[in-house]
Write a protein that binds this ligand. Structure first.
Ligand SMILES: [Zn+2]
Length: 284
């Protein structure tokens, strides 16, 4: 089942591009590329590592929630990147987002598919970009089966893979480092103007022929090394803490007694309880 899906996934992957008309020209991404490899594009470091995302179309709440959770649990949790927003796209104005359209498909490929129109910050679109055009401006399209039963792993894969393109990464099978040669995964050849960040990774979420058959949104250790090479490591930014400079050693966890002292110094109501636990532990 998985292999079957995987093979079909390749041939069907480009379908949304065809349906999207003129907007599809940019996703040469869909047919080319390199180990976690980044295209020479504008990366999100130029936007403070913030990626603003919005949904262009209503519906598919289950699948949208799966995509958002998968992207957060992978690229965001394992690097300095933050994805913000995730609300409905504005219908007017020039504020730019990664605008994700959704539409229906059949049960092929686990009931889900996707395509991204471009790489890196070039995918950003505003409502104003769509003026005078038939279709609203799109950065990406995701398709899900209409009855809401798309395979969760497949939806996670689509989310993580497509947002990998948003981060600037190309298809792993097309990397210059593909030691398996272009015959592997029917690679059309090396992605031009791109830079390999890691050694070749046949199981990358960006490799069409990964071991999970494009049915799982997990990052490999190499994917994580690659994204960190561009966007740094995850910090406590999501909690609103001050971002530490790279190389800052992690603070050692406070002992219960140090925590008690600190709480006492802050006149915290937690101080008495912490002091009792400190004493109980034989501390001072
Ligand atoms: Zn792709």
């Amino acid at each position: 089942m998985t292999k079957f899906v995987s093979k079909r996934a390749r041939s069907i992957f480009l379908l949304p591009l065809l349906m999207a008309g003129g907007a599809c020209a940019a996703e040469n991404v869909g047919t080319s590329t390199q180990p976690l490899t980044i295209k020479n594009v504008q990366t999100w470091t130029e936007n403070g590592n913030i990626v603003p995302v919005c949904w262009e179309s209503p519906g598919f709440d289950r699948e949208k929630a799966i995509v958002k959770a998968a992207v957060r649990a992978t690229w965001e949790r394992n690097s300095g990147i933050s994805f913000s927003g995730w609300g409905d796209c504005p219908r007017s104005g020039t504020e730019k987002f990664v605008r994700v359209a959704t539409s229906s498909q059949d049960d092929n490929n686990g009931g889900a598919n996707g395509a991204t129109y471009g790489l890196g910050m070039a995918v950003l679109k505003s409502a104003a970009d769509g003026e005078g055009r038939l279709l609203p401006p799109r950065s990406m399209i995701m398709t899900f089966n209409a009855d809401g039963s798309a395979d969760q792993g497949r939806v996670e894969y689509i989310g993580v893979h497509e947002f990998g393109h948003v981060l600037g990464f190309v298809h792993e099978q097309d990397t210059p480092g593909n030691v398996e040669g272009p015959a592997h995964c029917a690679s059309p050849g090396n992605e031009p103007d791109s830079r390999s960040l890691t050694t070749y990774d046949r199981d990358s979420v960006m490799n069409y022929c990964n071991k999970n058959g494009n049915m799982s949104g997990e990052l490999t250790a190499t994917d994580i090394a690659g994204v960190q090479a561009v966007y740094g490591v995850h910090t406590a930014k999501a909690l609103g803490r001050v971002k530490l400079p790279p190389g800052t050693p992690a603070a050692a966890p406070l002992s219960i007694c140090d925590a008690a002292k600190s709480a006492r110094a802050r006149n915290s109501p937690a101080a008495p309880g912490l002091e009792r636990r400190c004493l109980a532990s034989g501390g001072h």
